[in-house]
Design a protein around this ligand. Structure first.
Ligand SMILES: N[C@@H](CCC[C@H](N)C(=O)O)C(=O)O
Length: 266
């Protein structure tokens, strides 16, 4: 099985072209291939299929094999994958996800995609709620970007022990489908610093849907305007929440790391 390892701000996935033929048992493949010691090593697996509703369909699996509805960093890399592999010659690409069809505008330099802007659609925010986590109250605002997020604003995030507190947010009874959690420090109204504990993958270097949820929560709380740079461990994302159509637009890089072959009987 041919695969391509790609990353968006260090949020890395293994990408497989399933337009002709798909491997069996994708959750098990995701668990094995994501393993950083015994596999390729990644935050998960993303498979690209034909679609009846759009140009392509993507399915994303976390490192624990669970399927996510959407992946912001991943979908930019899907755009790069289909363009750079000659599966399309279009720079506007529609991709079907479990969170609906998303539209990508690809930026191409010297024949290859370097970055993309994604129409991430309408966010669905809920009222903030107080969560008791390991004996301490945290104020969290749930925001769905098609997948679940909880955004927590804190005075500083560098020293947070995410492996200790992340799983308690992820599996809190308030989130029956588990949740991704963003820990956010407001630098000013156009710059937000964020770390993420991802459902099914743990701490990652970046999360595109999480950055979008963060901007929405910050704007609703009066902590930011409707456009900001989100500083993540792996780099920066530009996010805007349009007043015209209410959609969130995310812009960031897409990078190929290497290609390889995975033995199917593994
Ligand atoms: N890293 C992704 C989000 C991946 C899915 C997430 N872990 C989930 O289960 O919803 C992004 O860039 O959005």
């Amino acid at each position: 099985m041919r695969f391509t390892k790609m990353q968006g701000l260090g949020n890395d996935y293994v990408y497989v072209d399933c337009t002709q033929r798909a491997p069996e048992d994708l959750p098990e493949l995701a668990r094995r291939i994501s393993d950083r010691h015994f596999g390729v090593g990644s935050d998960g697996l993303i498979c690209i299929f034909p679609s009846e509703k759009a140009d392509f369909r993507m399915r994303m699996f976390n490192a624990d094999g669970s399927e996510g509805e959407m992946c912001g960093n991943g979908i930019r890399c899907v755009g790069k994958f289909v363009y750079d592999h000659g599966l399309t010659d279009q720079t506007t690409v529609r991709v079907e996800t479990l969170a609906g069809v998303k539209i990508l505008r690809l930026q191409v330099e010297r024949g290859q995609v370097v970055s993309a802007t994604v129409d991430m659609g309408l966010p669905v925010p809920q009222e903030p709620r107080t969560l008791q986590i390991m004996g301490r109250p945290y104020q969290a605002r749930p925001v769905s970007m098609g997948n679940p997020h909880a955004v927590v604003f804190l005075d500083q995030i560098d020293a947070l022990d995410l492996p200790a507190i992340g799983p308690a947010f992820e599996n809190h009874p308030s989130f029956p489908n588990r949740t991704n959690t963003e820990f956010v420090e407001v630098l000013d109204e156009t710059h937000l610093k964020m770390r993420v504990w991802e459902r099914g993958s743990g701490e990652t270097l970046a999360c595109g849907t999480g950055a979008c949820a963060t901007l929405v929560a910050a704007a609703l709380a009066g902590k930011a305007g409707r456009k900001a740079t989100i500083h993540l461990l792996g780099g920066d994302l530009s996010v805007a929440w349009s007043e015209e159509d209410g959609h969130v637009y995310m812009t960031g890089p897409a990078v190929t790391v290497f290609e390889g072959e995975w033995p199917e009987d593994r």
